[in-house]
Structure formats: structure tokens, C-alpha cells
Design a protein around this ligand. Sequence first.
Ligand code: NAD
Length: 487
Amino acid sequence: MTIDVSEIPAGAHLINGQWLQTGEVAVSSNPARPSQPVGEYSSGDASVASDAVGAALDTKVSWRDAGFKQRAAILERAAVLFEERADELAAILTLEEGKTLGESRGEAMASAETCRYQAAIIKMSSESIYPSAKPGETIRTLRAPLGVVGVITPWNFPVLIPVWKIAPALAAGNTVVWKPASNTPLVAVAVAKVFQDAGVPAGALNLVLGPGSMGNSLVADDRVDGVTFTGSVPVGFSIRDTVTARNGRVQLELGGHNPSIVFDDADLDYAVPMVVNGAMGSTGQKCTATRRIIAVGDVYDELVDRLGAAVRELRVGDGLDPETAIGPIVSTRARAEVAEGLDKAKAQGAEVVATASIPDTSDCYFAPTLLTGTTDLDIWTEEVFGPISTVVRVDSEDEAFALANDTVFGLSASVFTNDLWRIDRAVNELEAGLVKINAPTTGSELHVPFGGEKQSSGHAAREQGDTAHDFFTRTRSVYINPGRPRP
Ligand code: NAD
């Protein structure tokens, strides 16, 4: 597939409805074709972030007072535009991030679904009425918008993750300053353009492009009432400390180290493709990717053989090629970190069972790799954000559940079994925000709450689904009296 990169909108900030090219000119690169940059963008700084917060603050009252019906209508139009522009968005996403066109298109379509769902949800009341001890008094709750919300997002789902934060934030009447990851600025511009063209008024959604330090100034800004962040643990924790120190509200979605337990009664024809997809899909660059495979008892040998065979067959290449199953890693820097993780695992005694072959046309390709080893490996406990998964053998169900939970993370966990008692145990014992039975650790539905436990999330409200509004609203208790004695 050939894409005309001149069609991609110039990488500018969106502040108060104006596209501004302020700051240094930076280049957005294509991990599959290093010699063909995707385009240029303006990389801003703290003053750009501050201007965007000012615009969001100035628009806060008018957007709140626009009312739910107008906000819902705008989100419904955004849903239509995400569908109409799905191919264009997918092309830019694949060029910048590397994932396959099918995966990229899926993000655009899921964004449409999210906008439509969030538009519908705000038409339903989440407020309550309480009885009062006083004659004539009405007591009700009010869900007021949080105010100005900072949205900071990673590069691995550069369309869908921002939309599942921005759509409910806008729906609930907040104004937004969004800072996307610096690896994927141009697709962020295309997403912001969808909202602008759908009718989001000037200042209600602002986009600022730039490095992490710009995000830092956004979260430190007292005028920002809440920050919703998805990304790595260290950055997330530093954001939490900054925002909570100034008594702001923070929502974190961080790393994962997700296990799939395969029991000896599992149907391997069914389980193996799912485990491989969970581990290697999107080049292993999913927070919910299967990093740890726990084989229980006699299933170990056959499982390792069959997983290895499936990994060898994975077709790695340019995401624009329809035959490609696995794209490159997002950047040479990210690839170096994954390679370092693998080298360390091998030095600590991990055995490489299988790798897929990779093209030599870019330094960002990394061979999907299946390892076997023991729980002493660092890679068994630390998130390496790429297509590497490790199989460990245990002998009993008790050991399997204990090992699955033996991690600081708690994002997703899955089991493969046909035994209803084991399923019941998994549902009740696995310490993860997503528990998947006979399904990969990856994948979730947009109308269902999403989030992790332990270090995988902050302790604020869940994202997505009907719980998304909890973070973006303040509950107020309102007491209304008649104002004069009963005649
Ligand atoms: P990252 O933490 O490096 O960056 C995320 C965002 O934070 C980017 O926009 C970045 O520019 C910004 N940032 C960096 N330093 C900052 C600072 N000091 N202050 C404010 N903002 C700052 O993460 P990444 O490399 O883009 O993404 C990969 C990570 O994201 C992985 O750890 C993955 O597990 C996690 N992730 C989690 C989920 C989830 O839902 N739990 C989903 C996707 C990715």
C-alpha cells in the first residue's frame, strides 16, 4: 500500500481552536521505513502547555453550560467521522507506530464506538434523590464536571486510549488539554481534527505536542483539576505524586505482567493460537500482553512444542503489507530496551525455544521470541515491552494460582481449562482487573469497566464503560428548600 504523506496534516498544537506551529521542528519517523519520515511537527514546551491550560480554563463554564444534549450530539458526529476517516487514521497510525493496518483500523472503529457509547451514557441519569427529614425539602446529588482535565497518553494505542479518555471527559462537561506521546504526534493531530470537525468548540479540546517534560508542566499546573494518564510505572508514579501533592485528582493505567495459565485439560488446538496472539499481537506492545505462560503438569512439553511452532510461523514485516501479522517495534530506542531484556534473560539461563524471522530493512524489527526458564529470571517479574514470552512449568493448581498472583502488577490474567471448579477458582482468586477464561489476556469490550489492580493502576475510578464518568465528575449533595414557610 502506498500512502501520500503530503496528505497528513502538519503537526501543530490545537489551542483555543487555532492550529499553532510553536516550538522546535521535530520529525515523526516510520519504524518500518527509517529513511522515509512520516512528517514534521512542532515540539512545544511549558509555555505552550500553559497557554492550552489557559484556553481550557476560559472555556470551562461555557462547555459545562452547553448541556448534555449538545455535547452528546457532537460526540455522535465524532463517531461518524471516526468511521468515515478510519482508513486515513489507520494509515497514519501504521506509518508512525508500526502496527498492522487491520489493528490500526480497529482502533479507529473502536473510537467511533466509544464516542457513541459515551454520548448515550450521559443521557442516562447517574444522580440520585434522597428522602429528607424536613418538610418540603428535596435532597439530590449532582454530577458536576471535574473542570480542566489533563490527558497524557502513550504511543501503543495512540488513537483509542486518548479517545476513551477524551470522549467521557468532554461528555461530562470537562475541558481537556491532551498531550500525546512524542512518537505518535501526527495521528494525534488527526484525532483532534475529528473532534474539532465534529463541532467541539474552541478551547474545549486542546492538543499540545512535545516531550515528557511538557507533560510534567501540565500535571504541575494548579489550574488542572485532574490528570488521567496511561503509560509506564515510573512516569505514572511521579505524576501521581505531583498531582496529589496539590490535591488534584489522578487516574493511572500503568504496566502489566500478565499470566496465562494452561491446565492439562485445556484444548490446545483452541488455546495455543490465543496464547500466541496474546503474547505477540501488536508486537507485544500491549499493557495486557501475555508475558508469563504457566504450564500445569504434563501439558508442559506439548504446549512448549506447539507454542514454539506457532511463533516460528509468525510473519513479521511492514504494517502496510496485508500479509504482515507482526509489525516493527515503535523505535530503535524501544527495541534496544527489549533486546537488553532478552540478553539479560539468556545470560540468566533462559532457553530460547523459538523465534520468528524478521526483515533486514529496518533496525526496529525484533523477532518474536518464546523462552522457557524458571521464576528466578528477571524477565519473569519485570515488564519487557515487546514480543517475548516465557513458559514456566508448575506441578499443581495451587502453585499455578500462587505464581500467577506473585507479581507487583494486576492488570490481566487468563486461564485455559474446561474444569468448572478451576474456572470458579480463577474468577475468585486471580488478582487482576481483567480475568479472562479460555481467552487471551489481551482484548476488552468498550462498554465494560477497564483497569488493573496493584501497581497496574491508580486507585481511582475505572476507565471505559459506564464507570468512565466517575473520574470525570464530582458528586455534590444538593439540599433544595422552598424558601418560605408553607402557606
Ligand atoms: P511513558 O510513560 O514513557 O509515556 C507515556 C506518556 O507520558 C507520553 O505522552 C510521555 O510523553 C509522557 N511523559 C513522559 N514523562 C513524563 C513526565 N515526567 N510527566 C508527564 N508526562 C510524561 O510510556 P510509553 O512508553 O509511551 O508507553 C508504554 C507503557 O505504557 C508500558 O509500560 C505499558 O504497559 C503502559 N501502558 C499501560 C496501559 C494500561 O491501560 N494499563 C495501556 C497502554 C500502555
